[in-house]
Design a protein around this ligand. Structure first.
Ligand code: SAH
Ligand code: F3S
Length: 446
């Protein structure tokens, strides 16, 4: 590395898969002599790794591209990558004259060459899907020092009618189990002990030989792995084999993010989700029976075309019945080209109604979570310290295996350590805790 090494700055929007892709892009560029920097000003190359899941995600990026143009150093190369790049392709080059490279999720191998081309004044688009592409030979440059994002499946073959992901990430393909194990061994060698396996329907993992149960067991056997998480599973794709593996592999954490989307069978059907209300509740019951102490979080969309007050009440009912620890809640956002946009106009739910429902949903989830969290005070958990707390003041942020966030006194020296804590307070959603020193048993008298 010399003073003249070109610098690259990557800004990431959207899901963990995008974070993982950014790590792969930086790894690829590092192998080509680039040095990563934390700030766009002064960078030779600026990459914006984008999300297309909702309109809002895209509007933010458009605004951000304008901002970057005003502040970037003359001659800097700007690239747009990820789902929005895949979705908009040539339109991005047309709309944003300072952007010279547009690359979709399967095109990151071409990144160094396309940047070189951009230096010569070329503008290029790489948005062809490549079903073989898993970037096996890239060494990701990881942002996180405590947990490793490990993609195990790319793309999605499900066709939920609201969702742009099958269009932007292409068909589903699984990585070879042995490649996932190899990457797990590598991250453990770097000092990490938590892995998060990533895929759009991760529990339908199938590399032609092994399924998700095999994968969990194989990753769990890697020496030094203490926590395994995965996201996102599809609710009714949990086979008995997978649930058994989750229960038996010690490292698999007692938390599942289980995207429900709606609690109404009518809406689920129109979303083309492959389960109904009863099916979802059954999946929850099977998971809870197989994994004691399991905590569940979810995603819910309100205002999907045709959602009635009654449908929405059913969603609230299931939310109450299941008792999610937390939920990501969204207003339906029509995405061009998805089947949901072709539904009859009279089914459209007004923004006013959708907003009202969103507020009620958020309130319901919060109330339930708060009550559950109050009952946790005084209990003790093992936590893994992840980072310094954002609100500063000598606190670090840690997580329990079941995904509770706990702020505890301490500094950066604790990052990556496992501690026993007692939960001493809660804001309703997150906790404060104190480190517990296990009392040594007293020597026997006599
Ligand atoms: N494969 C993942 C979904 C990825 S998208 C899964 O099944 O969990 C993440 C979340 O965004 C989805 O679960 C859904 O709740 C939300 N979402 C996707 N498309 C949306 C849209 N058009 N409008 C609003 N929310 C959407
Ligand atoms: Fe989207 Fe449904 Fe796949 S939400 S990512 S199409 S499982």
């Amino acid at each position: 590395m010399t003073d003249t090494s070109p610098t690259v700055y990557v800004e990431t929007y959207g899901c963990q898969m995008n974070v993982s892709d950014s790590e792969l892009m930086l790894g690829n560029l590092a192998a080509h002599g680039y040095v990563a920097v934390d700030h766009p000003d002064g960078a030779d190359v600026i990459l914006v790794n984008t999300c297309a899941i909702r309109e809002h995600a895209e509007t933010r990026v458009i605004g951000r591209l304008g901002e970057l143009r005003r502040n970037m150093k003359p001659g800097a190369i700007v690239g747009v990558t990820g789902c929005m790049a895949q979705r908009l392709g040539p339109q991005l080059l047309e709309k944003a004259k300072h952007v010279s490279v547009v690359i979709g999720p399967d095109g990151y191998r071409a990144l160094p060459a396309l940047i070189d081309g951009a230096r010569r004044g070329e503008r290029a688009i790489a948005t062809t899907f490549d079903l073989e592409e898993h970037y096996e030979d890239f060494t990701p440059r990881r942002f996180d020092k405590v947990k490793a994002w490990i993609p195990v499946q790319r793309g999605c073959d499900y066709k939920c009618t609201y969702c742009i992901v099958p269009t932007t990430r292409g068909p589903e393909r699984s990585r070879k189990l042995l490649d996932v194990v190899r990457e797990t061994e590598a991250v453990v060698a770097e000092g990490m002990s938590e892995v998060v396996l990533l895929g759009q329907t991760v529990n339908s993992y199938d590399d032609g030989e092994f399924d998700f149960a095999d994968l969990l067991r194989a990753v769990g056997r890697v020496d030094g792995v203490r926590r395994i998480r995965f996201t996102s599973p599809y609710p009714n794709d949990f086979t008995d084999r997978v649930i058994a593996a989750m229960g038996e592999v010690d490292a698999v954490c007692e938390h599942v993010h289980l995207p429900m989307q709606s609690g109404s069978s009518r809406v689920l059907k129109r979303m083309l989700r492959r389960y109904n209300r009863e099916g979802f509740i059954e999946s929850v019951a099977k998971l809870r029976a197989g994994i004691p102490g399991l905590s569940l979080t979810t995603d819910v969309i309100v205002g999907f075309p045709g959602e009635t007050d009654e449908d929405f009440e059913e969603t609230l009912d299931v939310v109450r019945e299941v008792g999610f620890a937390e939920a990501f809640t969204f207003k339906f956002s029509p995405r061009a080209g998805t089947p949901a946009t072709r539904m009859p106009a009279e089914l459209t739910v007004s923004d006013e109604v959708a907003s009202e429902r969103l507020a009620r949903l958020v309130d319901t989830i919060r109330t339930i979570a708060r009550a559950a969290n109050m009952r946790e005070l005084g209990r003790r958990y093992e936590v893994l310290v992840e980072k310094e707390a954002r609100r500063g003041g000598d606190l670090v942020q840690a997580r329990t295996r079941d995904f509770k966030t706990v702020l505890i006194p301490g500094d950066a020296a604790l990052i990556g350590r496992y501690l026993n804590v007692e939960l001493t307070g809660t804001t309703g959603s997150t906790f404060t805790g104190q480190i517990v020193r296990e009392r040594q048993p007293l020597p026997m008298a006599g």
